[in-house]
Design a protein. Structure first.
Length: 499
């Protein structure tokens, strides 16, 4: 059986704890790989390798860093298919979706390639007599990233390229459910010329996570995952004096007004709810239909959903793959099974779905729930699967109040032809990312990604300007050089004279 080991100090390091976790092919249900799970001592070894590398990498020139990043970008581009194949084999998403994930990660690598302009400081000259003040930004040191299973390549690339471009060194703890893509990313960075120890990949479970959160040499922690774990990461790492950005879960709403193009709205709802089998934090999981538009919209969504082809990710005809694990598949199915008892109309029930020849895979079909109540489990919880809830509202005001009452505030969207309504919505809705006739408003790399309320813990969003600020800290330097033609001025016990 294949074993995925750690990547520490520029080389593969075999696991020493004796503990391994199973990695399953979601399409077959077969355990194909085992992944080493790190002990506390192995966490310390990875952090020490990063700490040693920081002594030189943190002092390296911007030209040296960007040279590596440009080479890295080229290698990632050349290896898109290889990375995507690893994602398909361990996560289960279809190949085209995996390629899209790699492309979105590449956006952040490209942003990191331009770090020279992003790290420019500020200078004020002659603030007083021959006194200048400069503001600069410097790296933190060793930083860590803890990433989820649903985007095993993209989310790590949301973190470490910017971190290392800013002069930090990085310890990545990817999901143990699909670990191989992270190792491939590290190997390609090494091939691009990244010095040993600048990027380390440490596999593990809660033991490794807690060790990173407590380690005195880790200056900051980035996290993407569920809200309960994000809250735990933020609380624990903050208590240990670390800077934290912890992105949590979501219940993203799509508001459809009566004047909307219903065909476009239905297309968007199906794509945003069921793409990647709903296993993404920006999935639309709740459609709020205003007025009489609901019946037609639900029918159009149903017609489209029934045509989606589900199958193995390496089958080019498949549009949606399986879920990551059997346990997760069963949990997602439980929300559909309980929906009718809690007042919903089950328009589509995908829980009995299977694929011929792959009967042991983690399959589930598309489910559509109408007239869902806000106190039902299917609405309150982040399901993280291909289940779309439709709620009804009589007015725009009622719909916005419903959305704003949600404890989550990650992303949201409105579908309308009315520019005034759209403008009002983007100002009134309580969410960090808003789409207008765009169902999944994930920002491009040079803007930052992040939600509000229980979807984000910490002050910084991820990547973009916020990401650069997160991985650096400001310093202000005030200088005064005496004019060589003037005599020594003597002692002055007063405040500096600025006027």
């Amino acid at each position: 059986m294949k074993t995925v080991n750690h990547w520490i100090g520029g080389k593969t390091v075999e696991g020493a704890s004796g503990n391994y976790g199973p990695v399953t092919d979601p399409a077959t249900g077969v355990v194909t790989t085992q992944v080493a799970l790190a002990s506390v001592d192995e966490v310390d070894a990875a952090v020490q390798a990063a700490k040693d590398a920081f002594r030189t990498w943190g002092q390296s020139s911007l030209a040296a860093r960007t040279k590596v990043l440009f080479a890295y970008r080229a290698l990632l581009d050349a290896n898109r298919d290889a990375i995507a194949e690893l994602i398909v084999a361990e996560h289960g998403k279809v190949h085209s979706d995996a390629l899209g994930e790699v492309a979105r990660g590449l956006e952040i690598v490209e942003l990191a390639c331009g770090i020279t302009t992003q790290l420019k400081g500020e200078l004020s000259t002659s603030v007083s007599n021959r006194v200048d003040v400069a503001a600069i930004r410097q790296p933190l040191g060793v930083v860590a990233g803890i990433t989820p299973f649903n985007f095993p390549a993209m989310v790590p690339m949301w973190m470490f390229p910017l971190a290392i471009a800013c002069g930090n060194t990085f310890v990545l703890k990817p999901s143990e459910k699909d670990p191989s893509a992270a190792n491939k990313l590290a190997e390609l960075a090494h091939e691009a010329g990244l010095p040993d120890g600048v990027l380390n990949v440490l596999h593990g479970d809660k033991v490794a996570v807690d060790a990173l959160l407590a380690h005195p040499d880790v200056a900051a922690v980035s996290f993407v995952g569920s809200t309960p774990i994000a809250r735990y990461i933020h609380t624990t790492a903050s208590a240990n004096g670390k800077r934290v950005q912890a992105l949590g879960g979501a219940k993203n709403h799509m508001l459809v007004l009566p004047d909307a193009d219903l065909d476009a709205a239905a297309d968007a709802a199906v794509s945003a709810a069921y793409g990647s089998a709903g296993e993404r934090c920006m999935a639309i999981s709740a459609v709020v239909a205003v007025g009489a538009v609901g019946d037609d919209l639900v029918q159009k969504i149903r017609e489209r959903a029934e045509k989606i082809k589900i199958g193995p990710g390496n089958d080019p005809t498949s549009e949606m793959g399986p879920l990551i694990t059997k346990a997760h598949r069963d949990k997602v199915a439980s929300y559909v099974h309980g929906a009718a008892e809690q007042g919903a109309d089950v328009v589509l029930d995908g829980t009995g779905y299977s694929v011929d020849g792959f009967e042991d895979g983690h399959w589930i079909g598309l489910s559509l729930l109408d007239n869902v109540k806000t106190d039902s489990d299917a609405y309150r919880d982040e399901i993280f699967g291909p289940v779309l809830c439709v709620l009804r509202a009589d007015t725009y005001e009622e719909a916005v109040a419903l959305i704003n009452d949600s404890p989550f505030g990650n992303g949201t969207a409105i579908f309308t032809r009315d520019g005034g309504a759209a403008r009002r919505f983007q100002l009134e809705v309580q969410a960090g990312m808003v789409g207008v006739n765009v169902p999944i408003p994930v920002p491009v790399g040079y803007h930052s990604f992040g939600g509000w309320k229980d979807s984000l813990f910490g002050d910084h969003h991820i990547y973009g300007p916020d990401g650069i600020h997160f991985y650096t800290r400001g310093k202000v330097v005030t200088t005064r050089w005496p004019d060589p033609s003037e005599p020594h001025a003597g002692v002055d016990l007063g405040f500096p004279r600025n006027h």
